[in-house]
Design a protein around this ligand. Structure first.
Ligand code: GAP
Length: 495
């Protein structure tokens, strides 16, 4: 299935409480986004499985949570003060700012002299079909001349303490990585680690992007999940320098992780950076690109940062940041392999890949086929009749019980068909329905069977199961057991 149009996703994200524009009641910022009740659950789930899979389950990984504000010299040493820049041009008339390398890729406004100055929007790169002119002025206002390109630093400046003076100047971190490098020795000594090992961190990063856009793809405040994996460059693996072999291992591990949680393998591809494209610290970088609606774009990067950062921080701080190689009896500066993923971009890709529209009994069904561990809600408990107090109380009790282990909601605000559709649209993998047969009918002297219906999102299959079995069933479903295997043990229920 091809990914949906971005507007469709933006609309669903707002309507169903995933993502809102920041400060919307004031007109919004367009460069920052707020995660709503379902968005925050999805985001937490992405971070939780990433942390579990790459840190908690591995013997060679530890975590860190460094502060966002750091000593200003960190950014001098890392090269961000001098190199973390984009070339930009300004319109002398409307004062808008553009990235110099992107201005030629924009459609442009043209007041055509051949048609008495009529206004046209000309597609990117093309000449005016009436007068043949190509763009020289501002693409937005069509009037102003553009300045020569100037380098613009993407770091947000701020001041520490009560006085706004140069001595107090620092920056909001543009990547989480530096917090790891400056703590390298603290972690090494406190945890008695042996190479190779990795330090991971999830946290906010800030970049004053000149052209934020494409929803949460490029914003000015975002979250990163980064690993700095330290390797002894003198070691060899498979007949190659260890850093190069381990780099390849991480590239494949990251690709496989996205496939595991739902991205179609053919919606991703690798991009090997050309020499001119490499960041100032990198020996080799491979990006994983995803087929976003605006075209193939970076989902994450996996770089070989060599010993650049540790050496720089050692030079600027005067502290030794080395590792003692017991075998060779020498101090070395480790090389670093850095898998760096954006949480927001991962979330966008998971949403796009999960989105599906289909026709069921003549009606459109919209569903998010989110992986069960990512879905914001795992189980929805739905009463078939909200006028029957026993049904409602049983459903509430069930929600309370299941919520101790899984994100479970109760909903009785519509008829059952509509409730199912609502849950499909937000990706809830399982609905549990409590009905008259569950609780029985006291007035008619009928006892309940103590069973409920579980409906699975993708197949829409329904099975009838005893209330007492639910914890075991969901424990298996949320583990490795397939729905078909669990469902085979119970009678089918009618839809
Ligand atoms: N420490 C290396 C580093 O920060 P990067 O390629 O600049 O490398 C890593 O960023 C990842 O962070 C990107 O692949 C992307 O997923 C995410 N990212 C970067 N800038 C972003 C932005 N402005 N908005 C959202 N995500 C961003």
């Amino acid at each position: 299935m091809s990914a949906p149009n971005m507007d469709v996703l933006v609309s669903l994200a707002k309507r169903r409480g995933f993502i809102f524009q920041s400060s919307e009641i004031y007109g919004g910022t367009g460069s920052c986004w707020d995660y709503g009740p379902l968005g925050v659950e999805l985001k937490q789930n992405i971070k939780r499985v990433w942390w579990r899979d790459f840190i908690q389950e591995r013997p060679d990984m530890v975590g860190l949570d460094a502060s966002i504000l750091m000593h200003a010299t960190v950014w001098k040493a890392s090269g961000h003060v001098d190199n973390f820049t984009d070339p930009m041009v300004d319109c002398r008339e409307c004062k808008r700012r553009f990235r110099a390398d992107q201005v030629g890729d924009m459609a442009w406004l043209h007041f055509c002299p051949a048609t008495k100055g009529n206004k046209f929007t000309i597609p990117a790169g093309g000449p005016c079909p009436h007068c043949g002119a190509t763009r020289t002025l501002c693409p937005e206002c069509g009037k102003g001349e553009l300045t020569a390109p100037r380098q613009f630093n993407l770091m947000f400046k701020t001041f520490m303490g009560p006085v706004e003076e140069d001595a107090a100047l620092t920056y909001l971190r543009p990547e989480t990585a530096q917090g790891i490098f400056v703590n390298f020795d603290n972690v090494l000594q406190s945890m008695r680690l042996k190479l190779p090992f990795g330090i991971a961190q999830i946290g906010k990063a800030f970049r004053n992007e000149i052209t934020p856009g494409n929803f949460i793809f490029r914003s000015r405040e975002f979250e990163q999940m980064e690993i700095e994996y330290f390797v002894n460059p003198n070691d060899r693996m498979d007949g190659r320098p260890a850093d190069e072999a381990i780099h390849d291992t991480w590239i494949e591990a990251c690709r496989a992780w996205f496939v595991r949680y739902g991205l179609a393998a053919d919606h991703m591809k690798f991009h090997e950076h050309e020499t001119a494209e490499l960041a100032h610290y990198s020996k080799r970088t491979v990006d994983i690109l995803y087929k976003f609606p605006m075209g193939w774009s970076e989902l994450m990067g996996i770089a070989n940062r060599t010993d650049f950062d540790l050496k720089q921080h050692s030079k600027f701080s005067g502290k030794s940041l080395t590792y003692f190689d017991e075998e060779r009896k020498e101090h070395i500066v480790p090389f670093v392999i850095e898998p760096s993923a954006g949480v927001d971009r991962a979330l966008l890709a998971f949403l796009l890949d999960a989105y599906q529209e289909e026709e069921v009994r003549g009606e459109k069904r919209v569903l998010l086929r989110l992986h069960r561990e990512l879905a914001p809600i795992t189980i929805a408990v739905l009463p078939l009749l909200k006028k029957r107090p026993e049904i409602v109380s049983t459903a509430h009790e069930l929600r309370t019980r299941l919520a101790k282990r899984w994100r479970t909601v109760y909903d009785d605000t519509a008829a059952i068909g509509r409730l199912y559709r609502r849950q499909d649209e937000v990706g809830t993998p399982y609905c549990v329905t409590v009905d008259v047969k569950t609780v029985g009918d006291r007035e008619k002297g009928e006892a309940g069977d103590g069973k409920v219906t579980i409906r699975e999102r993708d197949s829409m299959e329904q099975i009838r199961v005893p209330l007492a079995d639910l914890d075991t069933i969901f424990g298996r479903l949320m583990g490795e057991t397939a729905w078909s295997e669990v469902a085979a043990a119970y009678p089918r229920a009618e839809g």
